[in-house]
Design a binder for this molecule. Sequence first.
Ligand SMILES: Cc1cc2nc3c(=O)[nH]c(=O)nc-3n(C[C@H](O)[C@H](O)[C@H](O)COP(=O)(O)O)c2cc1C
Length: 433
Amino acid sequence: MVATIKSAFKLPSGVELPNRLVKAAMTERLADVRNGVTDRLINLYKAWADGEIGLQITGNVQVDRRNLEAAGNVVIDAVPSNLQLDLLSRWADACHGRGGKVFMQLSHAGRQTPKMVNHTPDAPSAVAVNLPGGQFGQPKALTEDGIRRLIDQFGVATRVARQARFDGVQIHGAHGYLISQFLTPLVNQRTDRWGGSIEGRARFLIDVIKSAKAEAGPGFGVALKLNSADFQKGGFGPQDSVAVIGMLNGLDLDFLEISGGSYEQPKMVGLNGLEPSHVETLRPSTRVREAYFLDYAAEVRSVAKMPLMVTGGMRSVAAMNEALTADETDLIGLGRPLCIDADAPAKLLSGQADRLDKWEDSLRIGPGWLGPNSPIGVIKALNGFAMQSWYYSQIHAIADNQPVNRRLGLLSAFTKMNGLDLRMAKAYLKALE
Ligand SMILES: Cc1cc2nc3c(=O)[nH]c(=O)nc-3n(C[C@H](O)[C@H](O)[C@H](O)COP(=O)(O)O)c2cc1C
């Protein structure tokens, strides 16, 4: 039978999705000062569930309290109290209201931990993020014991997610966070068994997946988000990515989500970094697609034995259905459009709308030449972070049952969210004392 966005899909774990539309992970920064779940977070996911999305992947939940993507992240790094477990369960339950499912994204920010959270975060090697602005500290290389402890932490968090009635976890192996840092030779300069060849650099990822699988149990999914490439010269390229997918085939993953890039090269949202984007394709494509990584997914389809999900730039029902019908992907990941219309999936599924808002094209600081791909480094970097802030602001509006504000300026969003991040970081550090 030919699949469309409306088709149900059964994951290898047995988890059944009512349709093919998936909310991609988007960090919410709505945790409390001790990184616990809040009512606002639960409310946000209820709004997305009411929009009839088939599967929700939560924003990155961190497995180490000292290495966060932001102070407002939810953290699971130990057995939770009954109160925390209850809140986590309410979060999962909020996603189930209209028959949709939910996976918790598990992550460790590594060297992309902002300085306001930790000046000396953990990373595979002591290689700092190369961006202007001094937002990130000088990382220190993880010890063997540290690596083993983190592998266990991913297992602990998986166990907690299962107890809290989530349907699965997604390991975040993309976007320049810790697992992705292990994968790229630009950051992983280790000479022990965790570095070197692609087998060595992928060892951490593989052990993390095994640790999660050991805690998953029947009927509970373990998925992975992986970069097709980091688009940096000498970095993790498509050939590496294909080699890793080969290693993943025996691990019984529920699905593989394909994305790309890092803070240094924000390709996941279709932007370029400060360095020229290093593009190395498996086979040059002649087709121009609205989706950023669909060509790569189509290329790896025969290598990947698990279901595929493609995220990034998907906006029209025609393109989504074409990708599904051509069997290039099983699931369609959606991010930014859901920050301005939580009901968008229902509109696509009912035929009320045939495309999602491509609002990102109108988000620019200053005139066109100062846009996200401006030749001026600081503006370029600022544009990427400001665009993220703009979407966080809208996420917070949905969480508070407020209307989204499309007229919000990029700079205002950036200033507002930066101020909030700083206040949350101060409160978080105080709570750690
Ligand atoms: C505000 C915001 C937060 C994000 N947070 C995460 C995250 O926590 N984990 C992740 O894997 N990707 C994250 N992403 C990337 C999205 O999952 C997705 O890959 C990206 O937005 C491209 O999809 P889109 O074009 O449909 O927006 C984030 C994106 C945005 C806009």
